[in-house]
Design a protein around this ligand. Structure first.
Ligand code: ADP
Length: 270
């Protein structure tokens, strides 16, 4: 922090003047570092399931007649392959988001509809743990943006609420529309997390509990996707949590009026 990186070039002009050109490279260097860290993380994360699949395949080849072993190895290969697929999908989604221009390609989106879609997509995971997902609050609020990206963001929050909660609990989703802002909060009665984790959970590949996250199919990218989507829509996402009690993730977005002030009127309803 506090360091500025400059690229200085000098040219001598005649006898009296020296021309100094200084480029501020601070931001570029920071971006490069973030990109390099990301590539290193991606390689590491991809290598783990790929390595496991190749070991399991070798084990399968070595014991083709042991039916019990074949079944166990195949089941583990299936799990590792699903993890690999989820990881690849999240990486593609994240890189697609870097270039997404929701301001110019967006439209009017009914927030209750995207939340209902997201709940639908998380249904299987919730039912598998007997978790009830309840939606309540205001209806009819609209925001300006990309419905698929927003559905995906809410789905990530609901999937997490289910993933980090014990069975037989409830996930509550509250929608509010006030003073030009639409807020959606997803509250669970799960394991929660301490203040240090709360500060870092939106970073790529950060996990409060890596083993649990991997075990339950997490990629470590869900919340950074949520943050990107929400910020692309001019909003913010915050977390409140208490270990052992549960967590609330709140997404705040400008409503359709607030969100379209300086945008084309193309997506506005008549
Ligand atoms: P992951 O795929 O690991 O869930 P995310 O980016 O979605 O990755 O979340 C990052 C980390 O934040 C998780 O590994 C977990 O430790 C923590 N986390 C996210 N959501 C919750 C939640 N609802 N309750 C408790 N911890 C959570």
């Amino acid at each position: 922090q506090g360091t500025i990186i400059v690229n200085v070039r000098a040219a001598v002009l005649g006898d009296e003047y020296i021309l100094l050109l200084a480029d501020d490279r601070t931001e570029i260097t920071r971006t490069e570092r973030i990109r390099n860290d990301f590539v290193a993380n991606v390689s590491h994360e991809l290598k783990t399931p790929v390595g496991a699949i190749s070991l399991l395949a070798e084990a399968l080849e070595a014991s083709p007649d042991d039916e019990d072993a074949v079944r166990r190895f195949a089941a583990r290969m299936h799990k590792e392959a699903s993890r690999l697929a989820a990881l690849v999908q999240d990486i593609i989604e994240l890189s697609r988001l870097q270039g997404a221009d929701v301001v110019h390609q967006g439209k009017a989106v009914d927030i209750n509809e995207v939340v209902a879609d997201a709940v639908d997509r998380s249904r299987l995971a919730a039912e598998a743990k007997d978790i009830e997902v309840r939606v309540g609050g205001d209806v009819g609020a609209q925001v300006f943006g990309d419905p698929d990206l927003l559905t995906n963001a809410f789905r990530n929050l609901i999937d997490n609420a289910v993933r980090y909660s014990p069975g037989n609990t409830t996930v509550g989703i509250g929608i509010r529309h006030r003073d030009g802002l639409v807020s959606v909060s997803v509250t669970d009665q799960g394991i929660g997390m301490g203040p240090e984790d709360q500060e870092r959970v939106f970073e790529r590949f950060y996990r409060a509990d890596a083993a649990r996250s991997r075990q339950t199919g997490g990629t470590g990218l869900g919340l950074s996707i949520v943050k990107h989507v929400v910020e692309n829509h001019g909003g913010e996402v915050t977390v409140w949590s208490q270990p052992g009690k549960g967590s609330t993730f709140t997404v705040r977005l400008p409503d359709l009026e607030g969100g379209t002030e300086d945008q084309s009127a193309a997506g506005r309803p008549p």
